[in-house]
Design a protein around this ligand. Structure first.
Ligand SMILES: [Zn+2]
Length: 586
């Protein structure tokens, strides 16, 4: 038994999933709204007797470990550790050693170091009157400073020595600080790019300290305004949102989130009661950010600076939004304002929230303002860009509304827009690449006959059924991707004859996992189950014409090679098969 099996044996998938979705019993399964995609129907199923989940809407499926992996956006090992903590499991010591434990330890150590450095900066903030008065001047309260664990990284060699001494007490060496890019190596001394900066500790959505943002605050400081931690395996700016760990709960309650561009904007929003606010880390908002938010929010209010850069950032965002089930709306601030300046000068955000524009409408309006003055070629390019975005929107009604709006704003006949959209949709279906076909084939639950599915499920439930006597035949006559999964099983069985389902399941890639899960879920228990032999015979019967054809081809080949032994064997096997079938079906 490995650690994953231990966890699966000791908790119920139903308990775990119920923390993220409301489930109701429906026959053998439990059903509910999918936590991975936005839906009104209940396509999400959990099968407690098989310990798997599967969504018939978005085709995500797997076991309890992969559920946590997906819902918490973490690695299998982290998912396992999370479940151990959450359900207070006590795995035997020998099970705690899993293959990638070193990387987990490394990660834990990194988070621990970031946390300790945060605390150290935090203590230093209290000793820095200049930073205190700066924060006061910016209008930040003591509560806000505590809420965001702000800190101060003092400057000078004495401070570096002090940091090293403090960290050594927790068995971190200067080398660890160098590797985490908290310290840098000069020609003769160690220094830090964070020196003399206000420190914003950055936590991931699970609340683990993973990096820092440092802002200059002294009037004559001419260095770049911000310095952010460099990216590493545990700190990727494109996947982390500042403030999300503490905003998560408010976001879930409000079913909406505010997205701002900077740490101070985020702080100002929270301080003024908009606790469901998060910020990107000085980089553009990515699709991963949006996916992360869509787990907690239904709608997203984008609140960027009212300048050209903010405007451009919003237009870029429009092109990502159709890929997630989030309703993004744009809040337009008065010119020259950012969220922090707007709020600290006593303005009320509520009327602006009421006037928030759907991001696609915002996009069309923005295009419209520059459209009239454009050359014909540029106009066509702009319409194509717009159509590109519109055709990716799944809801046909929304597509229509946007086209109508665009037709009005750009003063282009609706029919022209509609034709262009239809052409674009046609292009999309005709030019689907083979990769897309593959994805499609893999993602859609299999539609082939029940017989093939039954045989496959019988094997998955008892892998010893798949053996030397039938594997060649099954690998030939089962359709793909069942065949591909069985090929993998053969390889695994050749390496380890005693492999069990869970071990095998772990070795499949995600798409195969959900494929297998969906088949197992579909495969209802029968009142009078057929034996595996009966199923195989039915498959022979079904493929009889193909089998005869293949035998003929093999014979012709063997005759060509003059291999009489081979000819005899082919004829003999064929004869045996024919007799068995006749015996069973006549
Ligand atoms: Zn789903």
């Amino acid at each position: 038994m490995n650690l994953f099996n231990f966890i699966k044996a000791n908790i119920s998938i139903l308990d775990v999933v119920s923390e993220y979705a409301t489930l109701k019993k429906a026959g053998l399964y439990w059903k509910g709204q999918c936590p991975f995609h936005n839906e009104k129907t209940a396509s999400f199923t959990v099968s407690p007797h098989k310990e798997i989940f599967y969504c018939f809407g978005c085709h995500v499926g797997g076991d309890v470990i992969s559920f946590i992996e997906k819902v918490e956006n973490c690695s299998p090992i982290e998912a396992a550790n999370h479940l151990i903590d959450r359900y207070k499991l006590n795995p035997p010591a020998d099970l705690k050693l899993v293959s990638s434990e070193t990387s987990t330890q490394e990660r834990e150590r990194y988070h621990e170091l970031c946390k300790l450095v945060s605390l150290w900066c935090n203590e230093n903030l209290l000793k820095s009157p200049s930073l205190g008065s700066y924060l006061q001047k910016r209008g930040f309260t003591k509560d806000s400073i505590t809420y965001f664990s702000l800190g101060y990284f003092p400057g000078g060699i004495a401070a570096i020595k002090n940091l090293i001494t403090a960290m050594t007490k927790h068995s971190f060496l200067p080398n660890d600080l160098l590797e985490a890019n908290i310290l840098s190596e000069g020609k003769t001394i160690l220094y830090s790019p964070f020196e003399d900066r206000l420190i914003f500790p950055i936590k991931d959505h699970l609340g683990r300290f993973c990096g820092f943002g440092g802002r200059v605050f002294k009037p004559n400081d001419e260095r770049p305004k911000y310095y952010n931690s460099r990216e590493n395996d545990f700190f990727q700016k494109g996947t982390i949102l500042f403030g999300l760990d503490s905003a998560k709960k408010s976001i879930q309650e409000a079913e909406s989130a505010f997205l701002v561009e900077g740490y101070t904007d985020c702080m100002a929003m929270v301080q003024h009661g908009w606790t469901n606010t998060v910020a990107t880390l000085g980089t553009a908002c990515t699709i991963e950010h949006l996916k992360l938010l869509s787990r907690y929010a239904k709608s997203l209010y984008v609140l960027y600076d009212a300048d050209k850069a903010g405007h451009q950032a919003m237009l870029r965002l429009t092109q990502l939004c159709w890929q997630v089930s989030l309703e993004p709306k744009v809040i337009c601030l008065p010119p020259k304002e950012d969220p922090a300046s707007f709020l600290t000068s006593g303005n009320d955000l509520k009327p602006l929230i009421k006037q928030a524009k759907d991001i696609f409408i915002f996009f069309i309006d923005s295009l419209g303002s520059e459209f009239a003055s454009k050359q014909l070629g540029d106009k066509i390019a702009l319409i194509r860009k717009l159509i590109d975005i519109v055709h990716n929107i799944e809801d046909p009604l929304k597509r229509d509304i946007l086209l109508q709006k665009a037709s009005k704003v750009l003063d282009v006949p609706l029919e022209t827009m509609q034709n262009e959209l239809n052409r674009s949709l046609d292009r999309k279906t005709n030019h689907a690449t083979s990769e897309e076909d593959y994805e499609h084939e893999q993602a859609v639950p299999p539609t082939f006959q029940r017989l093939e599915k039954k045989i496959f499920c019988a094997i998955i439930n008892n892998m010893q059924l798949f053996n030397n006597n039938n594997e060649k035949y099954l690998l030939e006559y089962l359709p793909s991707p069942l065949r591909d999964i069985l090929k993998k099983l053969k390889l695994e069985k050749d390496a380890d004859a005693g492999i069990d389902f869970i071990q095998f399941f772990d070795k499949l890639h995600d798409k195969e996992k959900l494929y297998v899960s969906s088949l197992l879920l579909e495969n209802e228990e029968e009142t009078q189950p057929s034996t595996f032999e009966q199923l195989l015979l039915q498959l022979h019967k079904k493929n009889w014409k193909v089998i005869v054809h293949d035998v003929k081809t093999q014979l012709a080949q063997a005759k060509n090679e003059g291999d009489t032994e081979k000819i005899e064997k082919i004829l003999h096997d064929f004869q045996v098969l024919k007799q068995t079938i006749v015996k069973n079906f006549v």
